[in-house]
Design a protein around this ligand. Structure first.
Ligand code: ATP
Ligand code: MG
Length: 403
């Protein structure tokens, strides 16, 4: 017979396993939604001569999608056989350049060559060669094509591509994609990174456009966020009532990081009250913990935007009004939207002159900048430089009791 507290500990362990706000998904069964995006990537990967660029806002789930693609592609038809596709995944960083990324890709790919030993009896032997060691000192796109030729069907996934510095590096990658396609090499490159468009990631190169498929990963839909909650709770043997579920979905604003963070903490709250069904009070209680546990970079950006804050100063409320306006406006907003939100928050009439100073400062280095000012013809519009901040600001608003 299992003890009551033993059951509780097992549920706690399951919660920690299924809700992981900081770790990309690598288990297909925990991967929610994204069916169209997966279909688009898979469709292109099997089309020889085409490459894929997966882009989207920070934290929307790009790496998780890349992980799942990797799993799907290396799946073997039967356990004994070689994988049909060689999939290599590498993450780029800001110290990388064209050559260092490719060396990492080819590192550890062993080529086996038959050599005949001469001697008393010639017998076949195999020599293992590391492909990275066979590359020339200075790497050019043509060398990548030659290396690709030595391999069979290969998919190279390059994550965190936005971290690479310099337009020359981007250009070299663009040239490589084109060269691979032109040479009909059996290698597909999947580039993954933060960016609103392909151009933001690899620059503008008309000649490669034709051999590129862009797949934008949007924020999650409500149904996708709901799937994260449902799958996780089912595995943990817990449930949630509709109000509480709606609240988590709403607060997450399409960012799976917050869905995991809130669901995890709400589940733990319920369990600490000896319940296996999550209620609204658990979600309310989870907000404070979620704020504590949010990504350090997000917390730091928030602090910098609102402090120093003199008494009567409006930075926290203006920032909150911006987050609400951004949510309502699908990302961008104007000062009138901020005013309306600010009036709702403070319950007072607000003239633009009362907060235009704050809005200006939030676009300056001194306070981030947290906002980008987009100079559209006519009135300026604004948008959050890091959209992951929006849900955090709204959670702060909840915890301060102003919404
Ligand atoms: N389809 C999904 N189903 C369930 N959880 C997901 C899904 N996609 C992402 N997540 C979760 O959301 C969080 C962020 O995901 P991930 O790291 O993949 O995003 P990202 O876009 O690569 O972020 P970054 O821009 O920082 O590289 C992680 O906790 C991850 O587990
Ligand atoms: Mg990532």
């Amino acid at each position: 017979m299992t003890s009551y507290s033993g059951d509780k500990l097992r549920i706690l362990a399951a919660i920690a396993e299924v809700f992981r706000p900081y770790t990309p998904i690598d288990d297909i069964d925990l991967f929610a939604g994204r069916v169209n995006e997966v279909a688009e990537v898979l469709g292109t990967v099997y089309e020889r001569g085409r490459h894929v660029v997966i882009h989207g806002d920070r934290g929307v789930g790009k790496t998780s999608l890349a992980n799942v693609m990797e799993r799907l592609l290396v799946r073997r038809a039967d356990g004994q056989e070689e994988a049909r596709v060689l999939v290599v995944k590498a993450a780029c960083d800001s110290t990388d350049n064209f050559a260092s990324v490719w060396r990492r890709v080819f590192n550890g790919i062993a080529l086996t060559r038959d050599i005949r030993r001469t001697g008393f009896r010639a017998e076949p032997a195999e020599e293992q060669l590391d492909l990275a060691e066979l590359l020339p000192e200075i790497l050019r796109p043509a060398d990548i094509v030659s290396a690709a030729r030595t391999l069979g069907r290969t998919v190279v996934i390059l994550d965190e591509f936005d971290r690479l510095q310099g337009s020359e590096t981007a250009r070299a990658f663009a040239d490589t994609l084109k060269a691979l396609s032109d040479a009909d090499a059996d290698m597909t490159v999947v580039i993954v990174g933060v960016g609103r468009s392909v151009t933001e990631l690899i620059g503008e190169h008309e000649s490669v456009e034709r051999c590129l498929k862009q797949v934008r990963i949007p924020r999650m839909s409500n149904a996708e966020a709901e799937a994260i909650i449902a799958t996780g709770l089912e595995r943990a043997g817990m449930a949630i009532n509709d109000d509480a579920k709606e609240r988590i979905i709403r607060l997450s604003q399409g960012f799976p990081h917050y869905t995991h963070l809130l669901a995890k903490n709400a589940a733990e709250k319920a369990l600490s009250s000896d319940r296996t069904e999550i209620e609204m009070a658990d979600v309310e209680g989870a907000i404070a913990v979620a704020l504590e546990q949010a990504a350090e970079s997000v917390k730091e950006t928030y602090r910098r935007a609102v402090t120093p804050q003199r008494r009567q100063s409006l930075f926290d409320n203006v920032l909150l009004a911006c987050a609400l306006a951004a949510e309502a406006g699908g990302g961008t907003f104007g000062s009138t939207d901020v005013r309306e939100a600010l009036e709702r928050i403070t319950g007072q009439r607000m003239e633009l002159t009362r907060f235009s100073y704050n809005l200006g400062k939030l676009c300056s280095v001194e306070r981030g900048p947290v906002l980008d000012r987009l100079d559209y013809p006519g009135r300026p519009r604004y948008r959050f430089r890091n959209p992951l901040l929006q849900p955090y600001i709204v959670l702060q608003g909840h915890s301060r009791g102003v919404i």
